[in-house]
Write a protein that binds this ligand. Structure first.
Ligand code: PHE
Length: 455
């Protein structure tokens, strides 16, 4: 067997994990969830979920990954040989596969939008044109399906370059770029007329909107956005060097991810209010950033259209890259499962994963058009995959992960991993252990039960 590759530096490890975390979840899904769940109050619940539940789950995944030096599917077997814990790893693989397939659809949309911006098809359009333009595109029987397949091919190419020369290298270049561009876009959006209403919606909490299902959504979104509950970060942590500080890495990844999500809100909501969209939950759906953002570009740069052109191209390009870095981490979970558990050569495994996930992805893509009448539990394939994975599978995966680390695995493993074999401070280990053992599993269970109407 070839020696396992590691990330080359601590900074690289942070950026790679942040690359998995920051993705469509931040720019595309977070504003939608915030809009549908009442704005400011949702954000407060969301941030609490990140600190009290997301952080300990992330630490648990880092501990499992670095200690076992194996991807999700194998990690539970290494740390708990001969037990049924292996099913938690397998559940992660299934979840990754489901997310991978519908995630690629939205990543594909960004490709179409790169094409549309490159060929300058937004210029001269007005606010009212972007909605129908998007609908025509997703309802087409082949366009969105075609882009889904293209995105899969790109992902397969990148994944073949390996850990250091692929994942890490691209994260180091692209994450800072994504960050700068996001900031510039915020600058444009908050200067649009009507922006203050959007910001008020975002930051003014209305606690009457909070109920069990809102809390459950915030939890699901926190897990989704941080790439938790399905082993992507277990896999990445298995590439962390012995010098990597788990606490610091987790704090950084949580902070970067939350910051980018909030900034995305500062782009989307001012833009929506400016463009005259109402914030009725029914109006907010997957199309949000594909309908509102083109309008921001047009309006903000109406004096200098060339800047608007360059800017929109770069924005969708970077959105695509952010999506691809997340897709790589999802793809890696399933590919590594086939390699490690089934002994399949890496190349064959990645082709197989790509083929099946792309087939499912095409079905999701078509569920906006020709397959829109096919409903399961009253949802299209796309909506079903999205809600089942983030509202159920990720929290269940996260719950089992914290129980595993908090109650099954020896305490010494936690102490050793968190303090890098006693080289780092012990001070916060206790708090982290309490969060992992008690706070996270109890809170996740309660939220879950109340969502199911049991309590
Ligand atoms: N965290 C990614 C995002 O916000 C999505 C993702 C979920 C990636 C789970 C990997 C695993 O877009």
């Amino acid at each position: 067997m070839k020696a396992r590759e590691n990330f080359g530096s601590k900074f690289g490890a942070i950026l790679a994990a942040a690359g998995s975390a920051v993705g469509l979840g931040n720019v595309w899904r977070f504003p939608i969830e915030t809009g549908q769940n009442g704005g400011g109050a949702y954000i407060i619940i969301y941030i609490l979920c990140i600190i009290l539940l997301g952080y300990p789950v992330m630490m648990s995944e880092f501990i499992i990954g670095r200690k076992s030096r194996s991807s999700t599917a194998g990690a539970f077997k290494v740390l708990a040989p001969g037990t049924q814990w292996k099913w938690v790893g397998r559940l992660g693989v299934l979840t990754a596969f489901i997310i991978l397939s519908y995630y690629a659809v939205v990543a594909g949309w960004t490709m179409e939008y790169i094409f549309l911006t490159l060929t300058d098809q937004f210029s001269g359009k007005s606010v009212a044109d972007y909605g129908p333009m998007f609908n025509d595109f997703v309802e087409s029987p082949w366009k969105s399906a075609m882009w889904t397949v293209v995105v899969f091919i790109v992902t397969m190419y990148v994944i073949s370059r390996g850990v250091k020369d692929g994942i890490e290298k691209y994260a180091k270049i692209l994450m800072p770029m994504l960050f700068i561009l996001t900031l510039v876009l915020v600058g444009c959006a908050v200067n649009l007329p009507g922006a203050s209403e959007g910001l008020e919606f975002l930051f003014n909490p209305d606690f009457s909107k909070i109920n069990a299902s809102v809390v459950m959504n915030a939890l699901g979104q926190a897990f989704y956005s941080l790439s938790l509950g399905m082993g992507a970060l277990i896999t990445y942590a298995s590439y962390f060097g012995t010098e990597t500080r788990l606490r610091k890495t987790a704090v950084n990844v949580c902070a970067i991810d939350t910051f980018v999500a909030l900034l995305a809100g500062c782009i989307v909501f001012p833009a929506m209010f400016n463009a005259g969209y109402s914030i009725k939950p029914d109006d907010i759906g997957p199309s949000l950033i594909f309908v509102t953002l083109p309008n921001v570009f047009q309006q903000s740069f109406s004096g200098m259209p060339i800047l608007g052109y360059i800017f929109s191209v770069m924005f969708y390009l970077l959105l695509l890259v952010a999506a691809v870095t997340s897709m790589i981490s999802l793809h890696e979970v399933v590919t590594a499962y086939l390699c490690e558990e089934w002994g399949m050569p890496r190349k064959k495994a990645s082709v197989l994963v790509t083929t099946f996930a792309a087939l499912l992805g095409v079905v999701c893509a078509l569920s906006f058009g020709v397959l829109s009448d096919v409903r399961i539990l009253d949802k299209t394939f796309f909506d079903l995959f999205d809600s089942v994975s983030s509202n159920y599978l990720l929290p269940v995966g996260g719950l089992l992960t914290t129980i595993f680390i908090g109650w099954y695995v020896d305490k010494k493993v936690i102490v050793d991993e968190v303090t890098n074999e006693n080289k780092l401070r012990h001070a916060s280990v206790r708090i982290i252990r309490v969060l992992i053992r008690y706070v996270a599993p109890i809170a996740i269970t309660l939220i879950f039960l109340s969502q199911l109407g049991v309590i």
